[in-house]
Design a protein around this ligand. Structure first.
Ligand SMILES: Nc1ncnc2c1ncn2[C@@H]1O[C@H](COP(=O)(O)OP(=O)(O)OP(=O)(O)O)[C@@H](O)[C@H]1O
Ligand SMILES: [Mg+2]
Length: 260
């Protein structure tokens, strides 16, 4: 299968406030030499300890930050380091760990979900706008009763459903999910994971799914990359990687999980 998302030699450095003996800003390498491919409709799992660069990778994929080195190709679109005006990729949306972070507390659910539509410049009539939002709310398991309410009036699981509705309203082709269920208890998390799997099948969505929970990764991902210290140290099909990890770090990661 032709890769839909292709990432080549991606890197991101942060300059730290500290200066060295010669007064140069010290650089911290948050991501280096990241290369991988994801075929259309597949889920790539990204796993690794805290600080390994998972969210940095996510921010580059959705265009919240530009890469310092390397390129990202999504379908026919490219982002290359140093090409500032190429702009971020279209058709990419993100779901975060904390839906409070992506939902404006003062905005009603209707407007929160519709906001990406409004920015897409589709010039929908108010009725069309409303019916799209209601359709998406129903798709994520909430009724139109939610429309006029505010984020704080929902549970964590419901808020994550709303954040997913907001991410999907423009029908993106790539969804980047950064620890989307880590703040939820187990049964609610399972519901959200199943919702994402159903939507993936229905929309033919390609996904980059980040989690530090190997059980979640195994449930969701077709392929997995393992990150450590800003580098991809292992990559493989989910079942193969779980059955026979090649890299010592992956093995340690797996053995640290009592369930495995
Ligand atoms: N804006 C920034 N400036 C300086 N350093 C940063 C910045 N953003 C991230 N870092 C550093 O880059 C490294 C990778 O961070 P990142 O958030 O990608 O890790 P992560 O794998 O998502 O971790 P976690 O599992 O805790 O979410 C960390 O050491 C972090 O401190
Ligand atoms: Mg993170």
């Amino acid at each position: 299968m032709k890769p839909f998302l292709q990432v080549d030699n991606l890197a991101r450095h942060y300059s730290l406030p500290a200066r060295d003996f010669w007064g140069r800003r010290e650089r911290f390498v948050a991501l280096e030499g990241a290369s991988f491919e994801v075929p259309e409709g597949q889920i790539l799992g990204v796993v690794g300890e805290s600080g390994s660069g998972k969210s940095t990778l996510a921010r580059l994929l959705v265009g919240l930050e530009p890469p310092d080195v390397g390129s990202i190709t999504l379908g026919e679109q490219h982002v290359r380091a140093g090409e500032a005006h190429s702009g971020p990729l279209r058709d990419v949306q993100m779901v975060f760990q904390d839906p409070f972070g992506s939902l404006d507390p003062r905005m009603r659910i209707l407007d929160s979900i519709a906001e990406p539509l409004d920015h897409a410049g589709l010039s929908l009539s108010p009725d069309e706008r409303l019916s799209r939002v209601v359709g998406m709310l129903e798709r994520v398991g909430l009724g139109s009763g939610a429309l006029r309410r505010f984020p704080h009036q929902f549970s964590g699981g419901q808020r994550q459903r709303i954040a997913i509705a907001r991410a999907l309203i423009t029908r993106p082709r790539l969804l980047v999910a950064d620890e989307p269920v880590s703040a939820l208890d187990v049964s609610i998390a399972a519901q959200i994971l199943n919702l994402l799997l159903d939507i993936r099948a229905e929309f033919g969505l390609t996904m980059v799914f980040i989690s530090h929970d190997l059980g979640v990764i195994r449930y969701m991902a077709d392929r997995v990359i393992v990150m450590q210290g800003g580098k991809i140290v292992e990559a493989g099909d989910t079942e193969v990687l779980f059955a026979s990890p090649r890299h010592a770090y992956t093995e340690r990661l797996l053995s640290a999980m009592p369930r495995f």
